[in-house]
Ligand binder design. Structure first.
Ligand code: B12
Ligand code: SF4
Length: 456
């Protein structure tokens, strides 16, 4: 069969920058799985390819279209389904990805045929085999036997139960697409950059976190050998490990470091990790830094015990302080993640600025967002002043601020974020930024968006 794999265009503020761009790894995985099954798969990455949807459909003549997407792209993905079905109702549409995995019911109104609500791909193979059999009038596979899918029966959606999976089942991704487009993929000065997926979910349970609820809330990771083999095979200087928390286990990390040294691999690593682990495992961070650890995105979140407890973070302010010291002393960039919440006064914004500015941190500040699918969503659902999922991008004020208007809160937020970015403008992380080029890019994106409003 012909299978079209759609990576949607970026929505929101991220679409206006090319300074943080990642390969469409989920699509490369699907490409790998489907080509191994003998299908003809094509990646259509709408972030870079300006061909219209209809033209692409005409070109590829797909039997099946797979679409990925995040919560902010939900409405866009639903619109794609309309365009695909109006082009050819026989095309079978499968929606998957992080948002569908948990918020699959949000897509019940779409024209999709199947919703895939799992982290792994084993059952996706069964679904595609089912579609192929259907096409040829042979039906030895039954939809009810495929876990983790939603499908329609007599006009009603049927939701098959989930199964807990492990990323050990994922194939080694075919990186043909990556190597063709390698120049695009970067995290600021780290480029070219490859993504490596090594785990599902997280063992911790911060209440604002969406990721921890994936894979039915069960953490699972690959063997350290398979991770190192994949890294060794990549012809890139920098690797972004997508694990929500890569600093899970001392022994795992020790073995990782040992194998990287043994195989004489020289790359830079960007990871996510927790402050408590960093604070209590200085020796591991030191050794990891020696083999290339360059940046850790670490959820510091807040500057008081009270706020940290309110997020069920289970980290103390002194652990956060210790983490910042250790990373700084080992020359690892501390990309600290912070949250501003609706209870903050103008004074609190100033205090937060001063706290961050006084430390060696390159921060990203998010607005407290009860993301649908996180533990706290139910608590805040009724208080949300804006239900537009496109705004669940962590940059929008979705709850009524207690001490100021939404406009004033938004101004304070941008003042804080831009002020901190300006303060850190000389950081080596930004050394490759080409600002005139960035302005031209914004203008280009504006025109592309305009064009797509007319022809999708
Ligand atoms: C790297 C990353 C980014 C990169 C972009 C990566 C990319 N390739 O496009 C950057 C930094 C730009 C980014 C931006 C954003 N991100 Co982000 N990001 C991630 C991160 C860390 C890894 C994603 C990734 O590439 N994984 C690798 C792939 C292989 O794994 P996967 O996506 O899970 O896919 C698996 C399955 O879902 C399945 N699958 C995926 N798609 C499909 C489709 C079909 C049809 C099928 C059958 C299966 C399938 O295949 C894979 C096999 O395991 C995740 C957190 C995480 N650990 O997952 C957050 C995450 C995906 N991001 C998130 C968010 C919210 C955003 C933003 C909206 C906001 C923000 N402030 O960050 C923006 C929006 C960007 C946009 N595209 O519009 C959320 C999404 C939540 C949701 N409900 O959708 C996540 C889960 C983190 C979180 N905060 O909870 N992000
Ligand atoms: S915020 Fe980080 S540590 Fe907390 S549950 Fe999510 S991934 Fe785990």
């Amino acid at each position: 069969m012909n299978i079209l794999l759609i990576k949607p265009e970026t929505v929101g503020i991220f679409s206006y920058t090319y300074l943080v761009e990642h390969e469409p790894l989920e699509m490369e995985y699907l490409y790998t799985v489907f080509t191994a099954m003998g299908h003809h798969a094509v990646i259509y990455d709408r972030r870079y390819e300006l061909t219209s949807m209809k033209k692409k459909l005409k070109e590829v003549k797909p039997d099946v279209v797979c679409v990925t997407g995040y919560i902010t792209q939900q409405k866009l993905v639903i619109k794609y389904c309309d365009v695909i079905k109006s082009y050819d109702p026989k095309i079978q549409i499968i929606l998957g990805g992080s948002n569908v995995e948990i918020n699959y019911a949000n897509y019940f109104e779409s024209k999709a045929d199947f919703l895939y609500h799992l982290s792994g791909l084993e059952n996706q193979k069964k679904l595609v085999s089912y579609i192929e059999q259907e096409k040829h009038g042979n039906t030895s596979i039954s939809l009810k036997d495929i876990p983790g899918i939603c499908y329609r029966e007599n006009g009603e959606w049927v939701v098959n139960p989930k199964v807990v999976e492990t990323p050990a089942d994922l194939p080694v991704p075919d990186r043909t697409y990556f190597y063709k487009n390698k120049h695009r993929f970067r995290y600021l000065c780290f480029r070219p950059l490859a993504l490596v997926k090594n785990s599902y979910s997280c063992r911790k349970a911060c209440n604002f976190c969406f990721c921890t609820n994936r894979n039915s809330g069960r953490y699972a990771c690959r063997s350290v050998e398979s991770l190192v083999d994949e890294i060794a095979s990549l012809d890139v200087p920098a690797i972004h490990i997508t694990d929500d928390d890569f600093l899970i286990d001392r022994d795992y990390l020790k073995e990782f470091i040992r194998l990287i040294k043994e195989k004489d691999i020289h790359k830079k690593y960007l990871i996510y990790g927790r402050a408590d682990f960093i604070a209590h495992n200085e020796d591991i961070i030191k050794e990891f830094a020696e083999i290339g650890l360059s940046l850790i995105m670490v959820g510091l979140e807040a500057t008081s015990e009270e706020e940290l407890d309110s997020y069920n973070k289970r980290v103390t302010v002194s652990e956060n302080e210790e983490c910042i010291r250790i990373l700084s002393e080992n020359n690892v960039i501390c990309a600290g993640l912070f949250i501003v919440h609706p209870g903050m006064t103008k004074e609190d914004f100033k205090k937060l600025y001063n706290w961050i500015a006084a430390r060696n941190i390159i921060p990203t500040v998010s607005v407290f967002t009860p993301m649908q699918g996180s533990a706290m969503y139910k608590k805040y659902e009724d208080q949300m002043i804006d239900r537009d999922v496109t705004k669940q991008d962590l940059f929008h004020c979705l709850l009524k601020p207690e001490h100021m208007s939404v406009g004033a809160f938004t101004r304070e937020y941008y003042k804080l974020s831009l002020g901190l970015a300006f303060k850190n403008r000389k950081s080596p992380l930004y050394k490759d930024n080409n600002y005139p080029g960035a302005v031209l890019y914004i203008i280009k994106v504006f025109f592309v968006k305009l064009k797509r409003m007319i022809v999708l």
